[in-house]
Design a protein around this ligand. Structure first.
Ligand code: ATP
Length: 368
């Protein structure tokens, strides 16, 4: 059942369209991430949901109640929306104790003192900060302060939690750990959450659903595995990890028999070949480096190709192999340490399910 709905949201700053007809539908208990580069409109969308920003047209509703709809003159103020917010900058009161920070909203809401004490203890324990009520925020590390900020947001038992790049101020190791902690906490509590980040790995770990945004628009949305393994366009493919992009030769392709041709190169079987006849948009062939595997030089069959090694880089768990394939540069990831000489011929294969046909929507792009 739908819970949080953003419909055709448009937000302009003067003549600049920061959010351009964005629609998002979330079920209760779902964690949805708005993912995209700086300036793509993620924060403006989140602030519009929170009521910290008014917008030009569209509608935001939560649990069947309209929170904002300019055409109907509806605008529920932020404090009446029953939403919790966690910001990048923790936003804790420095001169109040941890307990006072977490309890402030509960006091304003007029809860009895005993209930406040119990609830503060409960949410601090939930975020791994039990017993820190008397401490000052300045005596805590960045990660601990952010845990307190999450506890403060949870204390009011909001219908939905909104996170705006909450881990950006933390160092890499802590950020990696806190992603898992936040995900576990949200799942454990069954909380509906919208999470803004420009970090694709963070989005993959945290989310049930990712909305990829670019220049105010939604490029693609879906489950993390779907948008990673099945990007429908170049922007999404490149934003979520590394990908090989190859020019498509439409004339030599045969969609009816699932065949797509690389310009000046081999013809591959692809589960997505039908797009070649279904779409008039500029298309490319794409595959993820880890989806190709090096095979024996006498192996034959579908999608078995020969390339010449141009580089190898040992990455620890994998070796990245750069290859020239009919004059096109491609990269493969192969497990472990693989020693190959530049100029050496290698054979590699890709399952037809992993040969993608994507829309080239990166403006001004030439051959990748
Ligand atoms: P970041 O990750 O850098 O925060 P974002 O995707 O969250 O980026 P927004 O903050 O939503 O992007 O901004 C979207 C666009 O709207 C940007 O081009 C930004 O400069 C512009 N913008 C945001 N707020 C305002 C404002 N108050 N006045 C004018 N332009 C604004």
């Amino acid at each position: 059942m739908t819970y949080l709905v953003v419909e055709n949201l448009v937000k302009r700053f003067g003549s600049f369209v920061a959010v351009d007809r964005v629609s998002i539908t979330m079920a209760k208990g779902e964690v949805c991430t708005l993912l995209g580069p700086s300036g793509c409109g993620k924060t403006t969308t989140l602030r519009s949901i929170a009521g910290l920003e008014t917008f030009d047209s569209g509608r935001v509703s939560l649990d069947g109640v309209t929170l904002a709809d300019p055409s109907a003159g509806t605008f529920v103020p932020p404090e009446k929306r029953n939403l919790g917010m966690v910001f990048q900058s923790y936003a804790l009161w420095p001169h109040k104790t941890v307990g006072e920070n977490v309890s402030l909203g509960l006091k304003i809401a007029g809860l009895p003192a005993k209930e406040i004490t119990d609830r503060v203890a409960e949410v601090l324990t939930l975020v791994g900060m039990g017993g820190t009520e008397k401490r000052s925020p300045s005596s805590l590390s960045g990660g601990q302060q952010q845990r307190v900020a999450v506890a403060r947001a949870l204390a009011l038992q909001p219908k939905c939690l909104l996170f705006d790049e909450p881990l950006s101020n933390l160092d890499l190791l802590l950020r990696e750990r806190m992603r898992f902690e936040i995900r576990e906490l949200l799942v454990k509590l069954g909380i509906t959450a919208v999470y803004v980040t420009h970090d694709q790995t963070e989005a993959m770990v945290i989310s049930d659903h990712i909305v990829v945004m670019n220049q105010g628009k939604v490029e693609q949305e879906g489950a993390p595995t779907d948008i990673y393994t099945r990007p429908s366009n170049r922007f999404t493919a490149e934003f979520l990890g590394r990908t090989n992009l190859l020019p498509l030769d439409r004339a030599r392709s045969e969609p009816a028999t699932s065949k797509v041709a690389i310009a000046g190169g081999p013809i591959l079987k692809s589960a997505e070949a039908a797009r070649v006849s279904d779409s008039n948009e500029p298309l490319m062939i794409a595959f993820r480096p880890e989806m190709a595997r090096l095979v024996r030089t006498d192996e034959t069959g579908d999608n078995v190709m020969d390339g010449k090694v141009t580089s190898t880089s040992f990455l620890g768990s994998h070796t990245q192999v750069g290859l020239s394939l009919s004059g096109h540069e491609v990269n493969l990831l192969t497990p472990g340490h693989r020693k190959l000489a530049n100029g050496e011929s290698v054979r590699f294969a890709i399952d037809p399910a992993n040969v993608l046909v994507i829309v080239d929507n990166v403006s001004g792009s030439e051959e990748p």
